[in-house]
Design a protein around this ligand. Sequence first.
Ligand code: ADP
Length: 261
Amino acid sequence: QQAQLNQARKMEAVGALASGVAHDFNNVLQAISAYVELLQTSHDLQSESKDTLAKMDQVIERAAQLVRHLLSFGREDEVETQRLDLNRIILQVADILRHTLPKMIEIETDLSQTPPIIQGEPSRLEQVLMNLGINAKDAMPEGGTLSLSTSLASLGETHLALNPKARPGDHIKLTVSDTGTGMDEMTKEHLFEPFFTTKKPGQGTGLGMATVYGIVNSLNGHIVFESALGKGTTFDIYFPVKKQKQADIPMKTSTPNMQAT
Ligand code: ADP
């Protein structure tokens, strides 16, 4: 537990650093991109140079993607959030995964009866699920089962101690588990660090789990995991329940906007 607490502190520092570096780097990328565009519009280009410029464009786009990952890692607080039903997002992502992952990977869902309403941003939560789903796929080269589930849970004191942002009270638990290779101790220790990867160059960026961590943290959520070599990995992510507030209840009749003048 102490290790996870240290991890949380370390990630906060890494997040701040990452977003600072990403921001500066993004400015540089935009300048390069503008120069490439300028060259592409010039008329006396040989077709070979045109090809090279097109390739440069692709590489710049890839770099920009990496930077976007890093930016979102540190700057989640600035993302606009809304009340949403996590089950609906899971169903959407499960559908995408069923169509894109190899057939030998079975995808199961077990969703809570009560709609799990949390405060979040749909595309970022989709990203969390996709990143976890793709890692699960990579961990099951011979096939296996990926399960996605939601349930209501309350955070115990140990969990609260782990996350300085977590508040006592009801939480939604999102569980993503696989029957894959599991992780060794070294991987577990560095799992959430940006650029940590055990995959071959070109197959992994090492940003997937760092992004998951950043998004969950920004939503005042909290993530724990268990992993056993040869057995598989389970991630439990806790989000605070979004209570229905007066302002969130849609009005049935339209009332004129009354403002004191
Ligand atoms: P990437 O997938 O690009 O390597 P991530 O940050 O998503 O980067 O993951 C970091 C590392 O954590 C992976 O390279 C892999 O070794 C390990 N990992 C992540 N998820 C799982 C999983 N479900 N099962 C086994 N290992 C995993």
